[in-house]
Design a protein around this ligand. Structure first.
Ligand SMILES: Cc1cc2nc3c(=O)[nH]c(=O)nc-3n(C[C@H](O)[C@H](O)[C@H](O)COP(=O)(O)OP(=O)(O)OC[C@H]3O[C@@H](n4cnc5c(N)ncnc54)[C@H](O)[C@@H]3O)c2cc1C
Length: 397
């Protein structure tokens, strides 16, 4: 059996290697348009490669995979994050788990992950053809695996498939995992600071995320913003990234709870500048007072009703106008791609073309940051390898 894999990224190379491990007699050729394989994999996780996650902080898979969680749940029964860790450790890549449950190579080197896959491809006889941009399925193969990754536009290869004319075959690709541009002078005093336990939502919608916020020179970033950008990827795209963010600085407490917790402060005659909720830093508190238009020299027992209302509102629903999305230097994945109903959920073969399989980000599966996107590439790559190897073992009819 001859198999052509198109795209030598994480999913394509992992699929090639595991397919050879399952059935060494299958001839595997990987086509890659770039001059070298796995260029993106080598820069993942800031060059450290966050290759998976323990999922211990994920109570429902939809939190990790806003798109594709049902399919991932099904596929994890066959190749789980634990299987992934065992696979890499067996191949000599020792792993470490960070406190935030992200898993990296102990070497902290994405290069080790790339070199391991390259060596295994070479040793098992996978043929790699680089500098080869495939625009339609090549001739002379029995099965094809499309692992061309995410892209802001559907590739000519996908569009060359006969089904591509069907509206439901693909879901239009839009970006996910990006920082937000916010032009607000009051943020300048906090530039470079990270703030934990922040709840960020998009005003007027149900989209919200919790976590650490990073204030930057252009606006806001950090895990909480990347997560929100993932949950709301399509909504943000539709509104051309012009939305209002609402920020709760009080660890998600609502107005009533915050009002109640400020009662003690209101009875003291201490300077408002020096006496504030403990989890807020002095610099942050000053900025919030400024936004609430309360002088730093004011004493708590002199805060009037209007000032208190403004302060509670700033603490629980502080609003910022987003002017656009940051287009570089953040992790970036594609929301959208080949629709999941176009593939068979057990084999990942196209329903209409059963010898064409898909794996990785080309599918309409994408996750938040934390190793979830690579995990999707490993799992879908492995599932396709198993589907093909089982098919090769079937007697010819
Ligand atoms: C900067 C950055 C950092 C990231 N860090 C992490 C991280 O730490 N952890 C994590 O889980 N995820 C991370 N991600 C996301 C993760 O890298 C991707 O989700 C993952 O690489 C997808 O794997 P893939 O094989 O589907 O696609 P890719 O890795 O993008 O590979 C697709 C390959 O196909 C080739 N190709 C495309 N079209 C054709 C064609 N027509 N013919 C031939 N070849 C073609 C491309 O050149 C490419 O080599 C990061 C993403 C970015 C951009």
């Amino acid at each position: 059996m001859k198999v052509a894999i198109i795209g030598a990224g994480a999913a394509g190379c992992f699929c090639a290697v595991t397919l050879k491990q399952m059935n060494p007699s299958i001839e595997v050729t990987v086509f890659e348009r770039a001059v070298r394989p796995m260029a993106k994999l080598s820069i993942t996780g800031g060059g450290r490669c966050n290759l998976t996650n323990t999922f211990l902080n994920i109570s429902h898979l939809q939190q990790a995979y806003p798109r594709g969680w049902r399919l991932m749940q099904r596929l994890f029964r066959r190749f789980s994050p634990e299987d992934t860790c065992r696979w890499w450790e067996r191949e000599g890549v020792e792993l470490v788990t960070q406190e935030d449950q992200c898993i990296f190579p102990r070497s902290q080197d994405a290069g080790q992950v790339v070199r391991t896959l390259s060596r295994l491809m070479h040793e098992s006889g996978v043929k790699l053809i680089t500098g080869s941009h495939i625009t339609e399925l090549p001739q002379g193969y029995d099965a094809f695996v499309i692992t061309t990754g995410g892209s802001p536009r559907l590739s000519p290869l996908i569009l060359s498939l006969p089904e591509a004319t069907t509206a439901s075959f693909t879901v239009s690709p839009v970006p996910s995992l990006f920082a937000l541009n916010i032009d607000d002078a009051s943020l300048q005093s906090l530039m470079g600071i990270t703030i934990d336990d922040v709840r960020v939502s998009i005003a007027g919608t149900k989209f919200q995320a919790e976590g650490t916020l990073l204030i930057t020179h252009f606006g806001m970033s950090g895990p909480v913003i990347l997560r929100l950008s993932s949950y709301a990827a399509r909504h943000l795209h539709e509104l051309q990234y012009k939305v209002t963010l609402s920020i709760n600085w009080m660890q998600g407490e609502n107005e009533d709870a915050v009002r109640a917790s400020l009662q003690n402060y209101l009875q003291s005659n201490r300077l408002i500048a020096n006496h504030h909720p403990q989890h807020l830093t002095e610099r942050h508190w000053m900025m919030l007072l400024h936004r609430a238009n309360i002088p730093e020299t004011c004493r708590w027992d002199k805060v009037n009703r209007k000032e208190l209302n403004r302060l509670v509102s700033i603490l629980t629903a502080d609003t910022y106008v987003v002017t656009g999305r940051r287009t570089h230097k953040t992790e970036f994945v594609t929301c959208g791609g080949v629709a999941l109903q176009s593939v068979h959920p057990d084999t990942l073969a196209l329903r209409a073309l059963p010898n064409v399989y898909l794996a990785g980000e080309v599918l309409d599966i994408d996750g938040i940051t934390g190793g979830f996107n690579l995990q999707a590439a490993w799992t879908t790559g492995w599932i396709v390898a198993q589907s093909i190897s089982q098919r090769a073992a079937e007697p010819l009819s």
